[in-house]
Design a protein around this ligand. Structure first.
Ligand SMILES: Nc1ncnc2c1ncn2[C@@H]1O[C@H](COP(=O)(O)OP(=O)(O)OP(=O)(O)O)[C@@H](O)[C@H]1O
Ligand SMILES: [Mg+2]
Length: 587
């Protein structure tokens, strides 16, 4: 079946002459609104309360010459959130291994509260919680970068952590999977582990939520590795901190033998591998053996497709009873897995092939044997017996203590800095912050490499700083060629005419179900571009008017990808008995 799908046109070179004024009212509506409000209060707050909190660093009136103020001094980030600082929050840390009931217990408190917010690291988790609360007759809005589903009478919100509002007051708030976010440990090796969940980039959103959410009760769920850091960070906020430790609700058994042959695969198995190509090759091997059909889950699949694949795997009434997945299963999906089988304990992390870290192995292995599921006892093993010692030792080891949390200058600081250095573009401002930021020992500056690539692109355009900032913090995958082209075209057209019509960027084309992994990857990238359009359209409504077209095009992408996943038999299978090879492929 053929569908009409828009394709990305060739990007024309930059070279725009007209400087256009941003529509402030719509610009601030979403991402920038909390920071803007904070900016407006910043001077007043620090003038009135800065000294009470012992924050001489931020004792500035906002009236003096900006150049005399050190904007790169980020040593007291708790003072950036005046509304939260007016509260004495009760902070409850729910810590323990995977599948120990941390989120379940925190959500029970949220359900009982008069108003509240759940902040999760992924859209999938925000969707699940909104669904759960609405089902429990607690009306709950869903707000992610790309969605805003408002429910009548709702006093509760389920959001992705970037959307956490630090200007509202709540009775109860949850920040889930906090270890995925607050980072970091000493060794370079451990620093890399964070790429799994994008914490190097996203850590600052969690730090912002941790310091900035103004709730009477704040529940933090995650790994015990975060406890010392969170306790230390919250010493200066005046909050009360309580730690609740959990045990795993169902056993997780590390097996002594590997899975040697495809005939050993059984219902409920999840084979974990780290390249898209290997995922499809393993799927093919298993399906060719004739006993099982496989669902697949990996990071660059659209979230809607990932959910559909997970739902099909969980549904005991159909034949898709085996899962082949990447580490994207580590968080966010409720899966009926009986046994995790690691095809390898190495992964390509974007730069090189490295061993999985203890935290990654535990997080992935812990997905087996979900409490009160079809498979209450989880098992974990490998395809290669050489990997078993590392698997077993990792499962016994504690996760390395997280020593520092990600931080990033707020828009307010960047803007004030820009006023003091009007000739600098956003790229240079970011570079300056990264190189000169003064931090206390609990923090590190989040990795802004990708943001700087995006900043270099938008600096070519006649845009105001807040426009540039908005594009730079957008969820663009700047390292993906098609996504990068789409991003550049959106920014360029916006700077030229203020109105970005989807059809000016994407041309009509008739596409069929992809036949090769390359065609599939292209479709995944087009989905990312459409997702970016939706994100921009929620913040610049008048300038990105085709949200509905983008949403329907996204659905077509999902349908085509799902049809590929069902029909795919063209990729050569990979024999299970193959020797252990170092995988060097990029995902
Ligand atoms: N007291 C309980 N009664 C019924 N079901 C429970 C209870 N506690 C937990 N569960 C269920 O057990 C499963 C695991 O719980 P939960 O998701 O809270 O674990 P978690 O510790 O947050 O795990 P993860 O680290 O993987 O996020 C969920 O399906 C949850 O609904
Ligand atoms: Mg949880």
């Amino acid at each position: 079946m053929a569908y009409s799908l828009l394709r990305i046109r060739k990007v024309s070179p930059f070279g725009i002459s007209r400087v256009l004024q941003a529509d402030k009212a719509s610009l601030w509506r979403f991402h920038l609104e909390p920071e803007c409000a904070q900016f407006l209060r910043f001077g007043v707050f620090t003038r009135n309360y800065g000294k009470i909190l012992g924050s001489s660093n931020y004792d500035f009136t906002g009236s003096g010459p900006t150049s005399s103020f050190d904007f790169t001094d980020l040593t007291c980030p708790h003072t950036w959130y005046p509304i939260a600082r007016r509260k004495k929050r009760k902070v409850i840390l729910h810590v323990g291994p995977t599948n120990s009931g941390k989120t379940y217990n925190a959500l029970k408190q949220l359900e009982r509260s008069s108003s509240g917010v759940y902040c999760g690291p992924l859209r999938l988790l925000a969707w699940e919680v909104a669904k759960r609360l609405n089902k429990a007759n607690v009306p709950c809005d869903l707000i992610t970068g790309q969605e805003k589903d408002l429910v009548e009478g709702a006093n509760h919100k389920s959001v992705t952590v970037e959307m956490a509002d630090v200007t509202s007051v709540y009775d109860c708030a949850i920040i889930d999977e906090i270890q995925a976010s607050l980072a970091f440990t000493l060794a370079e090796e451990e620093i890399r582990q964070l790429t799994m969940v994008g914490c190097k980039q996203r850590g600052f959103s969690f730090t912002r939520a941790l310091l900035g959410i103004a709730a009477n009760e704040l529940h933090l769920c995650g790994d015990p590795a975060v406890v010392p850091l969170v306790e230390d960070i919250l010493k200066v906020t005046g909050d009360d901190v309580e730690v609740l430790t959990y045990e795993r609700l169902s056993p997780l058994v590390p097996l002594k033998v590997p899975v040697r042959s495809v005939s050993d695969i059984k219902t409920g198995d999840c084979l974990v591998t780290f390249s898209r190509k290997d995922i499809y090759r393993h799927k093919n091997t298993i399906e060719k053996a004739g006993k099982h059909l496989c669902s697949v889950v990996y990071g660059s699949l659209p979230p809607e497709t990932r959910t559909a694949q997970a739902t099909r795997f969980n549904d005991a009434t159909n034949d898709f009873d085996v899962l082949v997945a990447s580490d994207a299963i580590g968080m966010g999906l409720n899966l009926n897995i009986s046994r995790i089988i690691f095809s390898t304990l190495e992964k390509f992390d974007g730069t090189e092939t490295r061993d999985l870290t203890v935290s990654e192995i535990k997080q992935i292995a812990g997905r087996a044997g979900r409490f009160r599921s079809q498979f209450p006892v989880g098992e974990v093993t490998c395809l290669h017996k050489e990997d078993l010692p590392l698997l077993h030792s990792s499962l016994k080891s504690p996760s390395p203590i997280i020593e520092r949390a990600g931080l990033f200058p707020t828009y307010d600081l960047l803007s004030r800095y820009s006023q003091a250095h009007p000739k600098l573009g956003l790229y240079k401002i970011l570079e300056h912050f990264v190189e000169n930021a003064k931090l206390s020992s609990n923090y590190f500056i989040s990795n802004v490499e990708d943001m700087m690539k995006a900043a270099a692109l938008v600096d070519e355009l006649p845009l105001k700083l807040q426009d540039k900032y908005l594009f730079v913090v957008s969820p663009v995958d700047i390292n993906d060629e098609i996504s990068g082209r789409g991003f550049a075209q959106f920014a360029q057209n916006y700077s030229k005419t203020r109105v970005v019509k989807l059809r000016e960027i994407l041309s009509d084309d008739t596409v069929k179900v992809p036949r090769t992994p390359t065609e599939l990857k292209e479709l995944e990238s087009i989905h990312k571009v459409l997702d970016l359009y939706v994100w921009l359209s929620l913040r610049l409504e008048d300038s990105f008017p085709d949200r509905e077209v983008a949403a329907s095009q996204k659905s077509i992408c999902n349908v085509l990808i799902e049809q590929f996943l069902e029909a795919n038999r063209l990729i050569s299978p990979i024999p299970f008995s193959s020797k252990k090879l170092r995988s060097r492929r990029k995902f």
